[in-house]
Design a binder for this molecule. Sequence first.
Ligand code: UD1
Length: 360
Amino acid sequence: MIVGGARPNFMKIAPLIHELKRKSRGFGWKLVHTGQHYDYEMSKVFFDELDIKKPDYFLKTGGGTQSSQTAAIMTEFEKVFLKERPDITVVVGDVNSTLACSLVAKKFGGRIAHVEAGLRSGDLAMPEEINRIVTDSIADFLFVTEKDAVVNLLNEGKPKNRIFFVGNIMIDTLLYGLKKIKTRKMKWPRENDYAVATLHRPANVDDAKSLRKFLGVFREISEDMKVCFSVHPRTAKNIKKFGLSKMLSGSNVEILPPLSYLDFLALWKNAKLVLTDSGGIQEETTFLGIPCLTLRDNTERPITITQGTNVLAGTDAKKIMRAYRKSFSGKSKRKKSPPKFWDGRTAARILDILAREARV
Ligand code: UD1
């Protein structure tokens, strides 16, 4: 049973589905969408663009607090689990759906495969960090994107034979997307230099002072080049709630809605710079060698710094502006070769391992 729930999950389940269609390896499978994300732009458009079939189950669990949302996903997923009794539940990433469905599956004696296991930010104030730690503590198959994650899991006492370094499944989708956009008319064509910005972490956007600071940074950078700011629903709600809508008016910051996977890819792949607090975008920009300033104080994806184009710019406005200037001083890091196993074959590796280890 393959589970997805929120926007960053869909590009991680798509390659598994494509690969299962190509070669089933004896697996029957069902797809569950927990409904954590439900807007067209946050969910269905990814199914359409990435050729993911309609889910067998769509649960209505979106919105609410951390606890009420997690509880709703558990309650609804339990019904599906009991009906289908899957041998293996495949969860991806670190969102509340990942945690909730893992807990349900394990309590009924199911086996869990966690794709993107072992990443650690060391920051327990992030709900995702709690989701990662708990999911990995009960998962049977720990599929890992980078070597640092193997070390984290071993340090936590996970047995070696449960850890599988398979590479980054998002790169499977990135390569798929790059092929698709070749023949597609883009929605947001650009000619001059521009930056792309995204921001949605609760720590950054749920506090008025913090959100105002980031909008100020985008405004300042937009004096040099256009900043295309794709606004997440959480951030949009807060900009309105805190009365910050006027902060960007008259500036060279262009407000965009949440973009589809392919529209966003077409936009950031030609950007001069990406500013983000997303996890996945740090990895994607590393793969294509686009400079990325991460607007956080930590990252669970250290390989994007040691081997990639990512710079941890922090959350202090002055520090971010210093990192921004440095990124154009000629000293910025350019692409070397992509990290090991970020090659478009990760889904195949995962399914080969599951077919072998799970003795299907
Ligand atoms: C979730 C994930 C985060 C991921 C992010 C990507 C957790 C803990 N967090 O955060 O790791 O990076 O998704 O987007 O799982 N909303 C809509 N429409 C939607 C989805 C959400 O309006 O389609 C609103 C919700 O009602 C809520 C807010 O956006 O008010 C936040 O949604 P939620 O799923 O709680 O968390 P994200 O901030 O999206």
